[in-house]
Design a protein around this ligand. Structure first.
Ligand SMILES: O=P(O)(O)OC[C@@]1(O)O[C@H](CO)[C@@H](O)[C@@H]1O
Length: 402
């Protein structure tokens, strides 16, 4: 980020702020939801009690000495932050570690009956099985007769707005998905399409966000790009373990693929296309440990960097990934997106609905209009979205143009 002075890192210690409410209210609500979803035994209940008590006024506890990933978390900062208040360390870090502690409490990584049992699976499957998903899938049939350009745009927007289907967000937002938004606060979609030309044979990396009603439209977009010959290969990055309630894991991907292949009409055809893309190697899945890391992508390890460098485009989905992409800091909203993403090893696009304070790449008029209409609520309400692209990332150029 050449000339951009770092802005303050977002912490959770300001009462009344969104980050504070996530730590003080959303995390306890998530613990209650997990308890209500699955019948954990007394030992696990006690561990959940301890986590709940610690969320309010406790300090960050280290991982048990025998935790399989203790060294990894030490390298990610645990030895520095252990003993401090959840509220006083970078918010990105404390949120991420909360999910690791939750999995510890429910025995996710331990031998025994709870091993690898996803505590969020009941809410994820309820969403995937909901009649609303059927309605969304049957809408694809109407799209089939439209020109390819129109279909592509609709599927891109489906993937973008699918990001509102975030179950953690709904715990804070009062139970339902926010109403549809008036428009995009930034729209670099023409640059995005220029990076995925007809007869393109490159690789698309899609860094997925939520399972269910976000992952399904992501998969439909990917299927369309493969079918239209705009890409030769897709690498889908998902989370190695349950995270931020609804983030997609490899198991969620299989559920989504089965859901699609079982659907009638166009959705089923997309599902079969994806199924064969998996079996012939055009669609591969990665669940890199760093995908559940508490750090910005600027600190990604070399192997991940090499994967993104080899892609024609990396599409980064969702709010949390956006925070990690541009850095979880109080950037002035007009800070150029390209300045904050120039470290990225190849062309990168963000598809995100706005659900936290971080924002960059707005023009001054757009920011002023949003503030005049809504104060600062537009940042977190989930009712606005953006498509931002840095086509020159990894080349040393700082412009959004290819
Ligand atoms: O990444 P996603 O699914 O779009 O959103 C995740 C989210 O709900 O969780 C975070 C706060 O906990 C925010 O970044 C955002 O509001």
């Amino acid at each position: 980020m050449p000339d951009t002075a770092p802005a303050p890192v977002i912490l959770g210690n300001e009462t009344g702020s969104f980050p504070h409410s996530v730590l003080a209210e959303r995390h306890p609500a998530i613990i209650r939801q997990v308890r209500a979803s699955l019948p954990y035994g007394p030992h696990r209940q006690r561990a959940l009690d301890a986590l709940l008590a610690g969320c309010a006024d406790g300090v960050i506890e280290p991982l048990p000495a025998d935790a399989h990933d203790r060294d990894r978390w030490a390298a990610w900062g645990l030895d520095t932050y252990a003993g401090q208040s959840w509220f006083d360390v970078p918010w990105l870090w404390s949120e991420s570690y909360f999910y690791r502690r939750l999995l510890e409490a429910v025995g996710y990584f331990r031998p025994g009956p709870e091993h690898a049992v996803d505590p969020f699976r009941p809410v994820k499957t309820a969403e995937l099985d909901a009649p609303r998903t059927d309605e969304e899938l049957s809408a694809l049939d109407r799209l089939e007769s439209r020109p390819a350009g129109e279909r592509a745009r609709a599927l891109l927007h489906g993937s973008l707005w699918g990001n509102r289907a975030d179950l953690g967000f709904r715990l804070s937002a009062g139970g339902d998905t926010p109403a549809a938004a008036p428009g995009l606060v930034a729209d670099d979609s023409e640059i995005l399409w220029s990076l995925l030309p007809p007869a393109g044979s490159g690789t698309l990396c899609l860094v997925a966000d939520n399972a269910g009603r976000e992952l399904v439209p992501d998969l439909l977009l990917v299927a369309h790009l493969l079918a239209e010959g705009r890409i030769g290969r897709v690498v889908l990055h998902v989370k190695p373990y349950p995270y931020y309630v609804s983030d997609a894991t490899p198991a969620d991907l299989l559920d989504a693929l089965r859901r699609l292949t079982a659907a009638p009409g166009a959705a089923g055809a997309y599902g079969r296309l994806l199924w064969s893309a998996v079996t012939d190697g055009r669609l591969t899945v990665r669940a890199h440990p760093f995908s559940c890391g508490p750090l910005p992508y600027a600190e990604m390890p070399g192997d991940l960097r090499a994967e993104f460098a080899a892609a024609a485009l990396t599409v980064v989905k969702g709010d949390l990934n956006y925070r990690r992409l541009v850095g979880d800091r109080r950037w002035p909203p007009t800070t150029p997106f390209a300045d904050l993403t120039d470290y990225f090893p190849g062309p990168v696009a963000a598809l995100r609905t706005l659900k936290s304070d971080v924002i960059c790449g707005l023009d001054a008029g757009t920011e002023a209009a949003l503030v005049a209409a809504e104060g600062q609520r537009w940042r977190t309400a989930g009712t606005h979205a953006l498509i931002q692209v840095n086509a020159g990332a990894g080349t040393g150029r700082t412009s959004g143009a290819p």
